[in-house]
Design a protein. Structure first.
Length: 303
């Protein structure tokens, strides 16, 4: 069943797009990630223009984050003060990201930049996840950890204007979470990702947040920033394809339910290993796409 995407300017198989959203939803339910870092590359592989893929993926992230954020909030797993600081940084980052996006669009380099950033980002994250999974499975020896290691890095502790974040059990400067939120906002606009797969480790290892509030706080921040990013794209780049976003949401909501069931039946370390392999394969495919010589080097566009 083909359906026309008005912003992307092409017809796609609606069932295939729903299935793609379902696949990402299953991964989201199994691994606890938003899935935006896989949605955008998969849409690009299918033939969706990168700019449209990035802008439309943020809509799916917004929808998929609502349920998770609400559930964590109900269990007291959200530091609203920390989330508020990060949201302010994320909103500012979204504005800067939109300016960069428009500049890259006008220069004609947006497709190359998106693909290149994904290769670097997915390759780095996939390699780190693969290493952690192999250590957890006992296949690789873990490095020795220094005793009495501080909860957060030293430069964070040295920042001025400290605030007390009671839910996280921290007394630190808001400048660090503000910077993390800013980075997530820029990434959300440029790459169509929520940034949770970077935010969560950063909140644990850089800020030193308690594990019980990390995921919920991250989801609240991602929900707000993704909503802002969607509006930014809709008003500035005009690249949000609501038809594409709706198809992805339908598949994502259904797939997440099955993914949550599968997560209870499979070993977590093996799940992490599988996700790392998937991420590295996607990064490899993106890298090959940059290196392949196209069938038609030049193209003619009629205006």
């Amino acid at each position: 069943m083909d359906i026309y995407l008005p912003i992307a300017g092409l017809s796609v198989n609606a069932l295939l797009i729903v299935a793609l959203g379902g696949l990402v939803g299953i991964l989201s339910g199994m691994f606890g990630v938003g899935g935006g870092f896989l949605t955008t590359p998969l849409l690009i592989f299918y033939g969706i223009p990168p700019a449209v893929a990035v802008a439309s993926a943020t809509t799916q992230i917004t929808g998929s984050s609502v349920t998770g954020a609400y559930a964590h909030y109900g269990r007291g797993g959200v530091d609203l003060k920390m989330a508020g600081v990060m949201i302010v940084g994320g909103a500012a980052g979204s504005g800067v990201g939109a300016i960069l996006f428009r500049l890259l669009q006008s220069s004609g380099q947006i497709d190359l930049v998106i693909a290149g950033l994904y290769v670097v980002l997915l390759g780095s994250i996939g390699a780190l996840m693969l290493k952690d999974a192999l250590i957890a499975l006992g296949w690789v020896a873990a490095a020795a950890v220094a005793p009495n290691k501080p909860r957060h890095v030293r430069w964070v502790a040295a920042l001025p204007m400290r605030w007390r974040f009671y839910a996280s059990g921290l007394f630190l400067s808001p400048l660090a979470p503000l910077a993390l939120g800013f980075l997530a906002g820029v990434m959300s606009v440029l790459l169509g990702v929520g940034g949770g797969f970077i935010l969560v480790p950063a909140m644990i290892y850089i800020l030193g947040m308690a594990a019980r509030v990390v995921v919920g706080t991250s989801l609240v921040m991602i929900l707000a920033v993704s909503a802002v990013t969607t509006m930014v794209h809709a008003l500035t780049t005009h690249a949000v394809d609501i038809v594409l976003a709706a198809l992805l949401l339908v598949g994502g909501v259904i797939g997440a339910q099955y993914g949550a069931v599968l997560a209870t039946r499979l070993r977590p370390d093996l799940l992490r290993l599988a996700l790392a392999v998937i991420i590295l394969l996607v990064a490899l495919r993106m890298a090959l796409g940059l290196a392949w010589r196209p069938d038609e080097i030049y193209s003619v566009e009629y205006l």
